[in-house]
Ligand binder design. Structure first.
Ligand code: EPZ
Length: 418
């Protein structure tokens, strides 16, 4: 089993290029199944989740080619409608294929994605919305068997919570439905806007992407297109966290600073200086960080749940006590026990975590508990006194391309050991 070994205590400095957003690339790959022609998707990160999405497309009958960060998907001849359990389990977000498969073939058979390391992840809003569009869904033995007579039919759909995945599934199902679909209380994340931009480039008619109400006028068919995936805002936040916790200075390139507007002020509150121009962001950290008052995770444009652990790691060594309130996921503090092994002082009570900054963390053997929690451990290790060995790296491989090499390039002592 491979592990990441990090000798901590080095100040990071240099330039990092941000990759394409995983959480954009995945629904866009699902959307490529709707196109009756070749799609060229640029800036796709080299990640295990993206590879899993490619495998699902191939299983459905698509031609999938990859050249560095460009994926070419041709669904012209594809007609598959089943996704085997093994492929569904490779990544939780495989559920986003449901809307695309049902819209393309009028039927879909796949397994329930189940829970995950962030706690139960219900898909009730996905299923209720797709039923409203006319999809008959039978849930039996952990499988979802779905059929539609003729075409799906557009209608107004209100979400009780602006779920990212449910909004994506509705978009995928509605773009070729008969008539107009209106999503009320839609998710406003940049990845939703990117998906809509891709679909519109394929010929879809969508208004209001990035707003609380999205209107989709169904079209007969979609064609192929070329699209470039937006930069990953959570990878951006991760490297900002690395600069902050090591008292370093990093110039991040290929950044969309408007997508990290809720994150920048929190790093500034901690004493970091952040400068933005064009697609570059420079973050410089002081010798000792200040505590931040309260970080409350919220749907976009609020502070992202995916950046909660990434901000918590620097606060472990800040001067003073910081409070985190996780409002999105039920169980997103699994990294806390591992941070405490490294000397962090954290108390968790339900959805609230209180972090009392300590003078220093020390190296220890720790395990990644989930993708962003694992990244938080890497940040802590970069600042810790001594050597940290991090295992369960498959979590990190889902969301970070070449993380160890990237950190070595800016002055960290990190290497992978088999
Ligand atoms: C997306 O997950 C992201 N994943 C997550 O990123 C991210 O944390 C999350 O959005 C919130 O921003 C991808 O884009 C692939 P949700 P998703 O539906 O779509 C509840 C990462 O680290 N809910 O907005 O699953 C749900 O249980 C990952 O990159 C229902 O109750 O998020 C959760 O508490 C992790 N019923 C909340 O809503 C539903 O039908 C937010 O979920 C759907 C969701």
């Amino acid at each position: 089993m491979s592990k990441l070994v990090i000798e901590g205590g080095r100040r990071l400095s240099g330039v990092i290029h941000i990759h394409g957003a995983k959480n954009s690339a995945l629904p866009i790959l699902a959307a490529a199944y709707l196109a009756q022609g070749p799609c060229e998707i640029e800036n796709c990160p080299l990640l295990s989740d993206v590879q899993a999405a490619g495998k699902i497309l191939q299983h459905l009958g698509c031609t999938v080619e990859r050249e560095e960060h460009t994926m070419r998907v041709d669904a012209s001849e594809a007609s598959g409608f089943t996704v085997p359990d093994g492929l569904m389990r490779e990544m939780r977000s495989s559920i986003v294929f449901l809307g695309a498969i049902a819209a393309r073939t009028g039927k879909a058979e796949l397994s329930f994605p189940g829970g995950c390391e962030l706690g139960p992840r219900p898909i009730d809003q996905h299923l209720s919305a797709l039923r409203q569009l006319g999809l008959q869904i039978c849930e039996e033995g952990g499988r979802l068997e779905c059929r539609v007579k003729g075409r799906l039919t557009g209608c107004p759909i209100s979400l009780s919570f602006p779920s990212v995945g449910a909004t994506e599934n509705i978009l995928l199902a509605a773009v070729t439905a008969r008539g107009t679909t209106t999503i009320i209380n839609a998710a406003r994340e940049p990845e939703i806007v990117d998906l809509c931009d891709f679909l519109c480039a394929c010929g879809a008619h969508i208004r209001g992407a990035g707003e609380g109400t999205i209107v989709i006028d169904g079209v007969e068919r979609l064609h192929g297109c070329r699209h470039r995936v937006i930069p990953d805002r959570i990878e951006t936040a991760t490297y900002m966290g690395a600069a902050a916790i090591t008292g370093g200075s990093l110039l991040l390139k290929q950044v969309k600073s408007e997508h990290v507007q809720a994150i920048i002020p929190v790093f500034e509150e901690a004493g970091c200086q952040v400068a933005v121009w064009g697609d570059e962001l420079l973050i410089s950290a002081p010798g000792r960080l200040r505590r931040v008052h309260t970080v409350r995770t919220l749907p976009y444009p609020g502070f992202p749940t995916d950046a909660q652990a990434l901000m918590m790691a620097p606060m472990c060594v800040a001067d003073g006590t910081s409070v985190f309130i996780e409002t999105i996921f039920e169980s997103r503090y699994k990294h806390v026990c591992e941070l405490m092994r490294m000397g962090a002082q954290i108390k968790v009570e339900g959805r609230v975590a209180v972090v009392e900054g300590v003078a220093e963390l020390f190296g220890a053997p720790v395990e990644c508990t989930d993708l962003r929690g694992g990244a938080a451990l890497v940040l802590a290790a970069l600042a810790a006194n001594g050597t940290t060995e991090i295992t369960q790296l498959h979590h990190l491989e889902r969301g970070y391309e070449a993380m160890a090499q990237t950190f070595c390039g800016v002055g960290a002592a990190a290497y992978l050991q088999e």
